[in-house]
Ligand binder design. Structure first.
Ligand code: ATP
Ligand code: MG
Length: 264
């Protein structure tokens, strides 16, 4: 059965979409079957994976509102082992309607299970908007665990407690098995003293939660997104590509440890 992870942040522009595409591509490169799911009404995942010419007929937002078949919403991407569910043709009315249906937070979770989509993939990565509404709530309820993206700068890191309050609330009320798999430090530059210090504070405060692999600030990553490609296809040997491969390995190692703990 596949693992479902939502990628969250309270602050916008810290790299959630970048992480979903590039981490997904790193898993796919090592042979995993990957489904990327966009729950952000901006549809940036769809654009970021190079499908901007394709007409959007339906997507994840339709799943949140009615019964749809997997074949109606899952699309192939130009990249091997990577499929995608875009958010779909979203308009402000639809977005408002979804964000106001807060009692249906388990719709997406149930859909992954009863359609069998969860069994068809090794990894399902969900991109979320930088707001904590019922759309992001649906992503969290559908997930086995979440990963939080931050930039190593004081403002980004100060938004973390709000993320944990949101997750605690969902864990207590709706999803007792919810876990935080890790914090991903993105756009890191080891030459900037403030970033180094902030990363240290994060590691002290949140103990083993931040991944050891930090994603560097690398123009290749931004360029790849602009060209609609994962960085491992755009510049396979770049620092950014190497970091995402390492992060994928670290995640697998962390999953293995958690499985051991559960078996004991
Ligand atoms: N490691 C990186 N190195 C260089 N540029 C990066 C890196 N990560 C992200 N970016 C760039 O930063 C910008 C914001 O990234 P992204 O869109 O992934 O953030 P986001 O958290 O999904 O934003 P939003 O909250 O609006 O959805 C993009 O232009 C992206 O190319
Ligand atoms: Mg985004």
């Amino acid at each position: 059965m596949g693992k479902i992870y939502a990628i969250l942040s309270k602050k916008g522009g810290v790299g959630k979409t970048t992480v979903v595409i590039n981490l997904g591509a790193a898993f796919a490169e090592s042979g995993d079957k990957v489904l990327l799911v966009d729950l952000d009404p901006q549809n940036s995942l769809y654009l970021g994976i190079g499908l901007y010419k394709e007409k959007l007929e339906s997507g994840s937002f339709n799943i949140l509102l009615k019964n749809v078949r997997p074949e109606d919403v899952i699309k192939k991407t130009p990249f091997q082992n990577i499929d995608i569910i875009p958010s779909g043709p979203v308009n402000p009315y639809l977005e408002w309607k979804i964000s106001s249906v807060s009692k249906n937070l388990d719709r997406l979770k149930n859909w992954f299970e009863y359609t069998g989509v969860k069994d068809r993939y090794d990894y399902i990565l969900i991109d979320t908007p930088p707001t904590f509404n019922s759309i992001t709530g649906s992503a969290v309820v559908a997930s086995d665990a979440v990963m939080i993206t931050v930039q190593s700068e004081p403002l980004a890191y100060r938004t973390l407690p709000a993320v944990f309050v949101f997750l605690k609330d969902i864990k207590e009320k709706l999803k007792p098995t919810l876990r935080v798999l890790g914090i991903i430090i993105n756009m890191y530059d080891g030459r900037e003293e403030l970033m180094v210090q902030t990363a240290r504070v994060l590691e002290q405060k949140y103990k083993n939660i931040p991944f050891k692999t930090k994603i560097p600030k690398d123009l290749n990553i931004a360029e790849a997104l602009a060209y609609g490609k994962p960085v491992i296809y755009h510049e396979p040997g770049s620092a950014g590509a190497r970091a995402f491969r390492l992060l994928a390995k670290e995640i697998k190692a962390r999953e293995a440890v958690l499985e051991q703990v559960i078996k004991k």
